[in-house]
Design a protein around this ligand. Structure first.
Ligand code: SAJ
Length: 427
């Protein structure tokens, strides 16, 4: 199969790096996004997201005319769909959010118009089991003049596969090339064609399976991490109750050759680990009590940390009867959803900081070296530099273990350390 052009639908955290990666290998790429702002930014050689090294890649791809963005799908030889698959929290059983496939459906229906015989369509968006088959059905509904693998197998006009992205935010450019890929074609031929195209830039191994197993493998990877973190978070709460240093405990337990406990923290954030397990739970609620419970454990951790802050405020007032809460300065260290990135979306640290601002009458200093201004929802807090917070605060709340925080230690005040870097007062 000759590939003259590739189209990537959805130019977000996965789609844009994927588009830039193909373009960097001298393939003509048309990126499609519904946002005019995103399209204009990319066509001007810029990027709208933060990801190390991506800016340079996109800039040279655009200037060398290998990458172009548009709001309308155009003909191409292969289409990669990387649109969001959020979940809906207020429909049906409100305890279990359900996946929202509207962006996948509209992306599929919109590219259907420009499909031609021999084209490949790959779904990369994290999706519940069965979504690739649904996508194939939507494409077939739009194009009755073409044949599809669900009915024609290896002889189909259009090839369809699922291939989940697995890259780590903050290291996307490197991992896109080096990670192994799981490729689930709707037929053997579909998988073969998809592998040939991924091998344009993937240096890891492309492993073939069926589409449903490929969908489930992505959900399993993230659910496995979520369950592991929930175990660590539960341990941290148990240890706090029985007055044991959880970090020392985990270090000791991990000396066992077959034990590898993850790290507790203020909760699980980001756009993947805290979302994807719900795709399993919503489909098979009866069969997924462990995965469901892990989600609840991790989701409840921010409130537990806020509870600790409330106790610290009450203790301060007990210890200083002549003072009021206004006399207590609290500093929160880290607002991002994980260390050494500047992404504050879906961040338990930001949620905790917001709650502290709401409950506390005194000053709340917010230390986040990776941002220049606070988002609106943190109005009421004061963006501060690290050294002034370390010397001014009475209560230090460590929320994100950015590297820069590891070389310092508050010398005065109380510490609530959700990341175990400021021993000995840890939770
Ligand atoms: N976290 C902990 N303790 C840990 C590890 C992580 O509390 O021991 C927290 C982080 O602070 C963060 C959250 O979990 O709030 C998620 O961070 P992460 O680094 O585990 O994962 P993400 O969301 O940045 O990326 C994950 C990755 N999946 C796995 O590692 C299985 C990545 O490979 C996926 O491509 C990505 O989800 C995705 O897009 O699905």
């Amino acid at each position: 199969m000759t590939i003259n052009s590739i189209s990537v639908i959805g130019l977000g955290y996965i789609g844009l790096p994927t588009a830039a990666m193909f373009a960097s290998r001298k393939v003509k790429v048309i990126g499609v996004d519904i946002s005019q702002y995103v399209v204009d930014t990319i066509n001007a050689g810029g990027i709208h997201i933060v990801e190390p090294d991506l800016d340079v890649m996109v800039k040279s791809a655009v200037y060398e005319n290998y990458l172009r963005a548009s709001t309308c799908p155009e003909p191409a030889d292969a289409f990669f769909i990387a649109v969001p698959t959020p979940f809906l929290t207020n429909g049906g059983d409100c305890d279990v959010p359900s996946p929202d496939l509207q962006f996948v459906e509209s992306a599929a229906r919109s590219i259907a118009k420009v499909l031609k015989k021999g084209d490949l369509v790959v779904l990369e968006s994290t999706s519940p089991v069965g979504t690739t088959e649904k996508m194939a059905k939507w494409l077939a509904e739009e194009r009755t003049d073409l044949t599809f693998p669900q009915n024609h197998g290896d002889d189909s006009d259009i090839r369809i596969a699922y291939c989940p992205e697995r890259v780590l935010p903050g290291d996307v450019v490197r991992e896109l090339v080096s990670n192994d890929r799981v490729i689930g074609g709707l037929s053997k031929k579909c998988s073969e064609v998809a592998i040939a195209i991924y091998e344009i830039f993937v240096e890891g191994t492309c492993v073939v399976t069926d589409a449903r197993t490929a969908e489930m493998s992505k959900l399993t990877e993230n659910a496995s991490r979520d369950v592991g973190i929930a175990f660590a978070n539960e341990l941290s709460i148990i240890c706090d109750t029985v007055d044991i240093d959880v970090w020392e405990l985990i270090r000791l337990a991990n000396l066992h050759p077959r034990v590898n406990i993850l790290k507790p923290g203020p909760g699980v954030g980001g756009h993947c680990i805290a979302v994807d397990p719900w795709f399993i739970v919503s489909k098979t609620p009866e069969q997924a009590p462990l995965i469901h419970t892990a989600r609840k454990v991790n989701d409840s951790k921010p409130a537990w940390v806020v509870g600790k802050v409330k106790i610290a405020i009450a203790n301060f007032l007990l210890d200083n009867p002549q003072k009021t809460a206004k006399d207590l300065t609290i500093a929160c260290y880290g607002l991002a959803f994980k260390p050494d990135i500047d992404d504050l979306r879906e961040s338990p640290a930001s949620d905790i900081a917001k709650s502290i601002i709401e409950i506390h009458a005194g000053s709340v200093l917010l230390v986040e070296p990776h941002i220049k201004e606070l988002p609106e929802e943190l109005n009421g807090g004061l963006l501060s530099n690290m050294s002034s917070a370390l010397s001014a605060a009475d209560l230090h709340v460590m929320l994100v273990d950015h590297d820069i925080f590891k070389s310092v230690q508050p010398m005065i005040g109380k510490i609530i350390d959700t990341k175990g870097i400021w021993k000995p007062l840890t939770f």
